[in-house]
Ligand binder design. Structure first.
Ligand code: FAD
Length: 294
């Protein structure tokens, strides 16, 4: 398969990339790791008029830590984030999500921002970004806006990035002391995109943020389950706990546009999400208690 013809613009800096983006029409796209875009182009499911190639932009390749945040520039590869000592120590759920994202070969090329901008419903990192309260740094020539992760994802493969804009960076608040996290997913094979999954961020002072992925077109916060999480017993495995989780999840999913495919029905996705939630909540609680003990 061959892609339709397109203009290719290699950029050497973020400013050059933004200038090139501004000079092109609204069908121009950023080329980051190419792990999702290139296969789609080869199948002609994506036909961008031009690609602004950011692989030569060294100023977008930094992982910076400042003021309680860790920021990833748009060219930081998934593998770089996964192996970063700072990320593993202070953003362990991000490191865990990156480990689940594809294979080492795809992670060496694919970028952290590319995964977010691509917004696949089954991707791990968008849900983790929502659960952790990440912020997206969106830039266009001469302007910058910061968008909370929760407002960034609009639907399947759809974000609030506007023509002429790029996701220049994403930043995550570092995990506070006495916090815990849990990330659980199921898929056809390990390292495939998930059929269903859940990310739990258990913060101090009883705040729990939970986000599901793979069951709706965009990552979905689960407020009823979040409110119930504090009262659930420590062990996630008892039938009574499972029933309470399933009940809270059903309330959160009422009226939701559930993903229903040949590989997994909407009903299956909902049922397995309840099981995954019990597991992720138990993991988060255990990690939070270990943090308190140390
Ligand atoms: C075998 C295989 C297995 C995979 N498994 C998983 C998995 O388990 N979980 C998962 O989440 N993903 C998985 N993926 C997808 C992979 O992680 C991609 O790397 C990711 O979806 C896109 O990142 P990228 O840097 O390659 O972006 P690209 O493919 O270059 O771009 C993807 C889209 O995002 C846009 N884009 C990229 N960067 C920016 C930016 N900075 N600003 C604005 N727009 C931008 C592009 O224009 C394009 O529309 C898999 C891919 C393969 C090939």
């Amino acid at each position: 398969m061959r892609p339709a013809s397109f203009r290719h613009h290699p950029a050497r800096s973020v400013d050059e990339a933004l200038t090139l983006l501004a000079s092109e029409d609204e069908d121009a796209r950023i080329l980051a790791g190419g792990q999702s875009l290139v296969p789609l182009m080869n199948l002609r499911m994506a036909q961008p008029s031009a690609l602004i190639d950011i692989n030569g932009c060294d100023d977008l390749g930094r992982i910076d830590e400042a003021g309680g945040w860790i920021e990833f520039g748009a060219r930081v590869r998934q593998r770089e984030g996964e192996l970063s000592t700072a990320v593993r120590a202070r953003l362990p759920m991000v490191a865990a999500a990156l480990e689940l994202n594809g294979h080492p070969a795809t992670r060496h090329r694919g970028t952290i921002c590319g995964t977010l901008a691509h917004a696949d419903p089954s991707a791990e990192l968008p849900a983790v970004a929502v659960a952790l309260g990440a912020e997206m740094v969106l830039r266009r020539q001469g302007a910058c806006r910061i968008v909370p992760a929760e407002a960034f994802f609009l639907g399947a493969l759809e974000t609030c990035i506007e023509p002429g804009e790029m996701l220049a960076a994403v930043r995550f608040p570092v995990q506070p002391a006495r916090a815990g996290w849990g990330l659980a997913e199921t898929g056809l094979r390990r390292h495939d995109l998930a059929l269903a999954g859940i990310a739990v961020a258990m913060l101090p002072a009883g705040v729990t943020r939970i986000c599901a992925f793979g069951i709706t077109p965009e990552p979905l916060r689960l407020p009823t389950l979040e409110a119930a999480a504090d009262d659930l017993p420590r062990s996630g495995g008892t039938p009574a706990t499972q029933a309470r989780i399933a009940e809270a999840l059903a309330a959160d999913l009422e009226g939701a546009d559930l993903v229903d495919t040949l590989h997994a029905s909407a009903r299956y996705r909902q049922q397995v999400t309840a099981t995954l939630a019990a597991r992720a909540l138990a993991d988060a609680r255990q990690r939070a208690s270990q943090e308190t003990a140390t």
